[in-house]
Ligand binder design. Structure first.
Ligand code: T3D
Length: 259
């Protein structure tokens, strides 16, 4: 597929590539809408068991498109734009009952950085960098930034990142807990696909339930979370994947999970 968002399927992995490299994959309204539709399609396709989100060229995503949608004319209603783009997108990513690997191949700025944080496992190329660029143009972090950041890196770092808008190297992002692993640039695409393929072979029902429980944990107390874990685990205990996992253990062979 060609266009501003590339979509291809390798095995059980849906690869979505932001494809506006001349703008460092800045998030135009059109791109946000295409992404929302692509996550809907991934959700609906039973053959897709993991999604890999990355960017074409030297950027992952430079945040909101400041040229096409925002720059120039009258002050836009950013609340309307957010309602049409980032908010449904972040909700969809978090609600998708399949794991999302975000492979940050280059600069991730503003809403581009927070889009990455909405994924489940975030990896980065060693040359990538991250910035909460909002403050540089008089805005606050959106696309879930004020929610994700303190939870990922703690209050002190979140406040400094948001208020200073400094650029973090990939190594600093790793150290701060924003990303899971770094890979050398030359092998990044291959490692990203390997990771997503590995996830796609894991038990789909368990991954979906894990995602649900982890999403809920941010708003739950221990009591509610213990009860949620019990209920979900009860469901998991009835799945064919659980039976297969135990059988495979007893037979000393790799499990084959089908969901
Ligand atoms: O409701 C709403 O939508 C508001 C919500 C806003 C959420 C946000 O994301 S606010 C933050 C928006 N993003 C930024 O402020 C970052 C802007 N970009 C930059 O500061 C720099 O481009 C970078 C630090 C990311 C990278 O710098 P560098 O030197 O590596 O690249 P460059 O030369 O600046 O950019 C390359 C091209 O991409 C350039 O095009 P040109 O001049 O060669 O034709 C540049 O204009 C374009 N580009 C980069 N970022 C954006 C962009 N075009 C449109 N929108 C961008 N955000």
């Amino acid at each position: 597929m060609t266009g501003i968002l590339l979509s291809e399927t390798r095995g059980a992995v849906r690869i979505l590539t932001l494809n506006r490299p001349e703008r460092l994959n800045a998030m135009s309204l059109e791109l946000a809408r295409a992404l929302i539709a692509a996550f809907d399609a991934a959700a609906a396709d039973g053959a897709v068991r993991a999604v890999l989100l990355t960017g074409a060229g030297r950027g992952f995503c430079a945040g909101a498109d400041l040229v096409q949608d925002i720059g120039g004319g009258q002050a836009p209603d950013l609340g309307d734009i957010i309602d049409a783009t980032y908010n449904p997108l972040v909700r969809k990513m978090r609600a998708l009952a399949k794991p999302i690997v975000v492979a940050v191949n280059g600069v991730a700025a503003g809403a581009g950085m927070n889009l990455a944080l909405a994924g489940d496992i975030i990896i980065a190329a060693r040359s990538a960098n991250f910035t909460q660029a909002f403050v540089r143009i008089g805005l606050i972090p959106d696309a879930g930034g004020t929610y994700f950041l303190p939870r990922l890196v703690g209050e002190a770092r979140a406040r400094a990142m948001a208020m200073l808008g400094e650029t973090l190297t990939a190594a600093q992002a790793l150290e701060a807990g924003l990303v899971w692993k770094l890979f050398d640039d030359e092998v990044f695409a291959v490692e990203a696909l390997t990771l997503a393929t590995n996830l796609a072979a894991k038990p789909p029902r368990a991954l979906a339930a894990m995602k649900l429980a982890l999403n809920a944990s941010a708003g739950n107390g221990l009591e509610a979370q213990l009860n949620l874990e019990r209920d979900l685990q009860r469901e998991m205990g009835r799945t064919a994947d659980f039976a297969e996992g135990v059988q495979a253990f007893l037979e000393k062979r790799p499990a084959v999970f089908k969901g």
